[in-house]
Design a protein around this ligand. Structure first.
Ligand code: HEM
Length: 399
């Protein structure tokens, strides 16, 4: 494998920490290019990525439209296109809307405060494994109305699925990810056989028969909701914490900014979903090249979110940035169904952090997972104690 390959280089630890200058070089020098290993066009500009995302007639999420054979465990709301996509998306959307938002928000606020209060008793803790991941899992299972799964089983399986999103670069990650997706879908399918009384599952189970949605597609789509709600949301919380606690003055600025605006900026600044893919189904001129039917396109959403043609001073974290047309939640027919929930969850956590623990700070550099599609942290050691308290505690411990 070519070590100078511009995409493989993104996985180097030094670039993984902050890929945005590497993206900027690509965007400036070769904003659109063919990548042999991915066998795909790569787009890095905001305008080009937006054009692809909002044109599902020419750029398909359903690769069967380009003649590909897609295994059944992969057919879900994420991989179908209109018109087949419409029924399952509508069923989920109606289910999302039918939930008691106020109760959910109160619960998020409570859980965030509660977890932080417990962790505040410790000298330091891992923000990822001890806060972002358990909070995201508690939240998405409560939203679905299902019990929290056994973490020892769930976490490695979920990571295998995320690793598989980079299988274009590392093909050995594909098969384990397909198996993990099938295992998670079978688990999610069990919910429908014996649905809970509350939550999204209760709604979906009640309305599934009338919706016309294929039961296997529904099972896979519920798996997608669980997985996105855990992985994208926990990675959002980790990336945002790293930005807030390593940028001087950012946590204090969060207190003064409108919460949803600030969270949107945290997503733009360091989004969990860095890349997305489509297949072209009708020859299209875009970004100075002609993309032929049957060719794949890869969208570097992380690069698009830092495009200076769309965002003033894109490398700066400006928590009052508005408007903020970032592509962190995608756009068009497949735009994120959980966007408002994810913003609210992050808002609950960082409002509690900034309000109750204004002296929170990083005690080590954040360490990133070796994932390029779904960007996220492996570990991030944080303390909620002020320097004075930490010094006193240290003195007490040493006497
Ligand atoms: C509450 C947690 C979340 C849930 C339940 C959720 C659920 C979903 C679902 C079901 C889809 C597929 C929609 C479709 O294909 O029609 C989706 C798409 C997407 N989600 Fe989320 N999501 C969550 C959090 C997030 C977060 C935190 C991010 C990033 C900031 C994110 C980014 C995206 C993106 C970029 C897509 C579009 C994928 C594409 O166009 O191929 N999601 N989400």
């Amino acid at each position: 494998m070519d070590p100078t390959d511009p995409i493989l280089q993104l996985a180097r630890p030094s670039i993984l920490r902050n890929p945005y200058s590497a993206y900027a070089r690509l965007r400036e020098n070769t904003p659109v290019f063919r990548h042999e290993l991915l066998d795909s066009w790569v787009f890095t500009r905001h305008a080009d990525c937006l054009a692809v995302l909002t044109d599902s007639a020419r750029f398909a999420s359903d690769w069967r439209r380009a003649g590909e054979d897609i295994p059944a465990p992969l057919l879900s709301v994420q991989t179908l296109d209109p018109p087949e996509h419409t029924a399952v998306r509508r069923l989920l959307l109606d289910g999302f809307r039918a939930q008691d938002r106020r109760a959910l928000h109160e619960r998020m606020d409570f859980e965030a405060r509660d977890l932080l209060a417990v962790l505040a008793r410790r000298p330091s803790f891992d923000f990822v494994g001890e806060l972002a991941e358990p909070l995201a899992l508690r939240f998405i299972t409560a939203f679905l109305g299902v019990p929290v799964p056994d973490l020892a089983w769930f976490v490695p399986m979920s990571r295998t699925i995320v690793d598989g999103m980079d299988a274009g670069l590392w093909p050995q990650k594909h098969e384990p990810a397909v198996a993990a997706r099938a295992e998670l879908a079978a688990y999610a399918g069990g919910w429908l056989a014996d649905p809970p009384k509350d939550g999204l599952l209760a709604y979906v189970a009640e309305h599934a028969a009338d919706s016309g949605v294929d039961p296997a597609v529904l099972r896979n789509s519920l798996r997608a909701v669980l997985h996105a709600g855990y992985e994208s949301a926990s990675r959002l919380l980790g990336n945002a914490a790293a930005a807030l606690l390593t940028t001087p003055g950012a946590l204090a600025a969060f207190r003064g900014a409108p919460v949803a605006t600030a969270v949107d900026e945290l997503i733009r600044y360091d989004a969990p979903v860095q890349a997305d893919a489509r297949v072209c189904v009708a020859d299209t001129d875009l970004g100075g090249v002609t993309v032929r039917a049957g060719e794949a396109v890869t969208l570097f959403l992380g690069a698009a979110n830092h495009d200076p043609l769309r965002f003033a001073h894109p490398t700066e974290l400006r928590l009052d940035r508005a408007p903020n047309p970032h592509l962190g939640f995608g756009r068009g027919a497949h735009a994120c169904l959980g966007a408002s929930l994810a913003i609210r969850l992050a808002g609950s956590l960082f409002t509690a952090l900034a309000g109750d623990h204004p002296e929170a700070r990083a005690v080590a550099e954040p360490a990133h997972r070796r994932n390029l599609t779904l960007r996220g942290l492996d570990r991030f050691e944080v303390t909620l104690r002020g320097r004075a308290a930490a010094t006193t505690a240290g003195e007490e411990e040493s006497t």
